[in-house]
Every structure is written in structure tokens, then in C-alpha cells.
Design a binder for this molecule. Structure first.
Ligand code: BTN
Length: 271
């Protein structure tokens, strides 16, 4: 039978990390694992603490949106980090998390997924996982004082598991692979993969390798996408990402760099 509870001992048995997950806290319910770590930030001295919950009552997504977090069906976890980076490079945390989730799903489930810039993991165009990195900055140095990395994955939602507004855009591991999964094993592997890349963050050569892995998994290079920035909406072609994982796009023969803003892939060709 598949273990249907988050169990610290199973996660630990499969953990190969030095510091990520040395301290793990598990909740039955919580408002948001990201919020919890942000509130605790100044009481935590070491990085690597992991908080996981069976459900979230106020699961947070990017741009003030909520993240659907039903009981015992998903992975809702946050990692507390103290990266030695400037605020301009904070997107690299999301990048590393995205390739770690990708790699873990391939290792544990033999599942190949894609990345939608900057923080979604997709399967066949539907969202399987969302990532939210929230950071606090040191006022004098513009360095990151801490970052909270949140990862949410739809795991065991069945056929009718999503509410109306999500059912055409979200997907779960169970609906892809037709069986339930032990979330503990997936969690350990994500933490293992994440630490491996996180340790390389400050090495320039490794950073390029990380960006290359990310680039390979991006589902939108060469495609026409709809760019939505607040009230402004336009179509542009995605050319590449740069050394900060910002998106390089082209509109009317003019290149532009996107470091924020919402971007969605167009479904029809020809714009
Ligand atoms: C997004 O899709 O915009 C990002 C979703 C991030 C969801 C995770 S679930 C664990 C952590 N806690 C939260 O409140 N959000 C993140």
C-alpha cells in the first residue's frame, strides 16, 4: 500500500543531503508553509530548514494568487535559505528548484516534464507544480538576507480532483500515471537534487551549466507567447534566457528583457 501520510522518518531514510532537511517540521494544516518560515525567519540561524504541510488554508502563488492545496493530495513544502547572492540573482533559486523538481520526477517516476518560465512545471501544457521564492533584502548591501522557497505539487488528485476553474489547466501525478504515489520519496529526491544544485550557485561555470539545463527544459524557446504586464498585453517571440534567467523576447524586431510580468503561451499559431 502507498503511504498516504507525510512521514519524517521515510523522508529521512531517503535523504542524502548535508544541510537541506536536517531540520524538518511537518504540519497537518497551516495557513502557508512560506508564510510560516517568513514569520520565523529571524529565529532561524541555519539554512536548510524544511516545512511541509498536509494542507494549506492560504496557499500562496505568485502575484497574490492562491495555490490550491487540498488535504493529503499534494506536496506543499518550503525551504529556508540564506544564499550568498545579490537580489538581482534571486531568480536563480527558482531556477534551481525547477530543475530539481524536474530531475526528481524523472528519477523517481521516470516522468519527463517541462518548465514554463519562470516557475511552473508543466506536463502536456498543464500545470503540475508551482514554485514561489520570496526573499528579504539587507538594506545597505542589496544582498539577500534570507529566501523562502516554496514548492507545490499536485500529486494524488483523481479524475475529478480539481475545482472547475483549474480542471483544464492543472494536472496531477496520479492523473498522468494512473496510480497514487508516496509523496515522501518524491520529497526526499527533490531535496537531494535541490541541494546538489544549490551548492553550485556561486560558481560561475556551474551557474552556466545550471542555466543550460533550465534552458533545455523550457517549453517556450522559439515560440510566440502572450506577454501580460499589468494592463499591457502583447505578443512576442521568445529568443532565449540570459545569465540571470530573464527572458529575452523579440517584438517588432526589437529585443526586450523580461524580468517580471506574467507570460502565457499562446495556443494558436500565426501572430
Ligand atoms: C505559483 O504557482 O504561482 C506558485 C505556487 C507555490 C505554492 C507553494 S505550496 C508551498 C509553499 N507555500 C505557499 O503558500 N506557496 C508555496
Amino acid at each position: 500500500m502507498v503511504e498516504d501520510k507525510i512521514e519524517e522518518n521515510i523522508i529521512r531514510d531517503n535523504l542524502l543531503t548535508d544541510f537541506i532537511g536536517k531540520d524538518i517540521e511537518i504540519f497537518k494544516t497551516i495557513n502557508s508553509t512560506n508564510l510560516y518560515l517568513k514569520e520565523k525567519a529571524f529565529q532561524i540561524s541555519d539554512e536548510g530548514k524544511v516545512v511541509i504541510s498536509e494542507t494549506q488554508t492560504q496557499g500562496r502563488g505568485r502575484r497574490g494568487r492562491s495555490f490550491y492545496s487540498p488535504k493529503q493530495n499534494g506536496i506543499y513544502m518550503s525551504i529556508f535559505l540564506k544564499p550568498d547572492i545579490e537580489i538581482e540573482d534571486v531568480t536563480m533559486i527558482t531556477v534551481i528548484a525547477a530543475i530539481a523538481v524536474n530531475e526528481a520526477l524523472e528519477k523517481v517516476l521516470n516522468l519527463k516534464t517541462q518548465i514554463k518560465w519562470v516557475n511552473d512545471i508543466l506536463y502536456n501544457g498543464k500545470k503540475l507544480c508551482g514554485i514561489l521564492t520570496e526573499a528579504s533584502i539587507e538594506a545597505e548591501s542589496s544582498k539577500v538576507s534570507y529566501a523562502v522557497l516554496g514548492i507545490g505539487i499536485n500529486v494524488n488528485e483523481g479524475e475529478n480532483g480539481f475545482p472547475e476553474e483549474l480542471k483544464d489547466i492543472a494536472v496531477s501525478l496520479k492523473s498522468i500515471l494512473n496510480k497514487s504515489y508516496d509523496r515522501n520519496i518524491i520529497i526526499s529526491e527533490i531535496l537531494n537534487c535541490f541541494e546538489k544544485y544549490y551548492k553550485l550557485l556561486n560558481d560561475k561555470k556551474s551557474k552556466n551549466e545550471i542555466l543550460n539545463i533550465y534552458r533545455e527544459k523550457l517549453c517556450m524557446i522559439g515560440e510566440i507567447v502572450k506577454v501580460i504586464q499589468g494592463e499591457i498585453v502583447y505578443y512576442a517571440k521568445v529568443l532565449d534566457i540570459n545569465e540571470r534567467a530573464e527572458l529575452i523576447i523579440e517584438k517588432d524586431d526589437v529585443k526586450k528583457i523580461l524580468n517580471s510580468g506574467e507570460i502565457s503561451i499562446r495556443k494558436t499559431e500565426g501572430k
